[in-house]
Design a protein around this ligand. Structure first.
Ligand SMILES: *Cc1c(COP(=O)(O)O)cnc(C)c1O
Length: 388
């Protein structure tokens, strides 16, 4: 039996059967179980920031696992303290950190933190964006603006009002003095790498300030250099009340973080929240290696090269390119993203059919100019193949 059939027989059907079985990686390259080589332009959903088997990540994780792999929250350890301090230094605003294992858990922490604030003030509902994605656990799912994945698991404990993303007037109308918090991605990831119009995040900040609602920036996909900034909200010149991180932070090791700014960071009292694995020493060591080796100048240079290259491609199937930093969507004139993903894989490139008309391109942040050029030169042929 093939690995694919064995996968299908052993796993719940929630993912379907993925089309490629990966065996190993090095830098931006990966090899499947049959030895076929690919350039990885999706990086485990914008997660493998340093690519694969980066020597610094291997060293940090190996050393840490050989020293102490787990303490639980009954005991503290230096890597978690170093990591929290590093994040606070990058944020450069007084804040406090909670460490979790994943994106959805970071958002659960944000949800509970916001709820603690809201209940004190007698506030009753959240606001989030249509097509937004915040995770699969019940709290985060309740904020996720995709009916197909949310509604069958409701009703949810706290009502959520959904607004069209990018529409500041709609946001203003939805957020009243009863609103606990507004959850927004600085650029919507799963919706298709959709940046908002200029000024939207500033408007959200003002609306929250004038109503007392908290602003929660879900930067699980956008942060840690992906957008060309450590945090995408820094480019918008806005400080949220709560920030959530995960994907790129651990470079492939599972970690999530919830940061509360100012007094919001001090709302949880002893016993209010916790996680046995959250902020475990190995994931923290990985995150420290990521923070040491992400080079924003390199990200920006590669981002400009990739974007410029893709924008110069003239093909009837390619309508345009959108996104920020090394986090782009090739927008198609027809719903043929699955065909583009398949044609790219055939040509030796991994990309992601994110929406029927949007292909997500998110290489490791260490991608080289030669690798970017290789993808850009192959792209026209991939598009023509996909159009057939
Ligand atoms: C991926 C993602 C999540 C969920 O993260 P998991 O680690 O899969 O739980 C939440 N929010 C955003 C914006 C994401 O991209």
């Amino acid at each position: 039996m093939s690995l694919f059939e064995r996968f299908e027989n052993a796993f719940m059907p929630n993912y379907g059967v993925p089309p490629v079985a990966l065996a190993r990686g090095e830098g931006s390259r990966v090899w499947d179980v049959d030895g076929k080589e690919y350039l990885d332009f999706i990086a485990g959903i914008a997660t493998s920031s340093l690519g694969h088997a980066h020597p610094a990540l291997v060293e940090a994780v190996s050393q840490q696992v050989a020293t102490i792999a787990h303490t639980s929250n009954l005991f503290l350890h230096e890597p978690e303290v170093l990591l929290a301090e590093r994040l606070l230094a990058l944020l450069d605003t007084p804040a406090r950190v909670f460490l979790a294992n994943s994106g959805t858990e970071a958002n659960e922490a944000a949800y509970k933190l916001a709820l603690k604030y809201g209940r004190r003030e007698g506030r009753s509902y959240f606001v989030a964006a249509e097509n937004g994605f915040h995770g699969r656990t019940i709290g985060a799912l309740s904020l996720t603006g995709k009916k197909a994945i949310r509604d069958q698991f409701g009703p949810f404990p706290v009502p959520v009002r959904f607004v069209p993303y990018g529409d500041a007037d709609a946001l203003k109308e939805a957020v009243t003095g009863d609103c606990i918090a507004v959850f927004l991605e600085p650029t919507q990831g799963e919706a298709g790498v959709v940046p908002p119009p200029d000024g939207y995040f500033e408007a959200a900040r003002e609306i929250c300030d004038s109503t007392g609602a908290l602003l929660v920036a879900d930067e699980i996909q956008s942060a840690i250099g992906r957008s060309g900034h450590w945090f995408a909200h820094q480019a918008d010149g806005v400080t949220p009340d709560i920030l959530t991180l995960a994907k790129g932070l651990g470079g492939g090791l599972p970690i999530g973080a919830c940061v509360g700014f100012g007094d919001v960071g001090k709302l949880f009292e002893k016993g209010d929240h916790g996680s046995t694995f959250g902020g475990n020493p190995v994931s923290c060591a990985a995150a420290l290696a990521v923070l040491d080796h992400v080079d924003l100048d390199h990200v920006r240079a590669m981002a400009a090269r990739l974007r410029g290259g893709l924008e110069s491609v003239r093909d009837p199937l390619l309508k345009g390119v959108r996104g920020r930093g090394l986090w782009l969507a090739a927008v198609l004139a027809e719903p043929r993203s699955a065909q583009v993903q398949q044609a790219a894989a055939n040509a030796g490139f991994l990309v992601n059919a994110l929406q029927p008309d949007a292909v997500r391109i998110a290489p490791p942040l260490v991608v080289t100019a030669e690798e970017v050029d290789a993808f850009v030169s192959a792209f026209p042929a991939i598009l023509s193949e996909a159009a057939k």
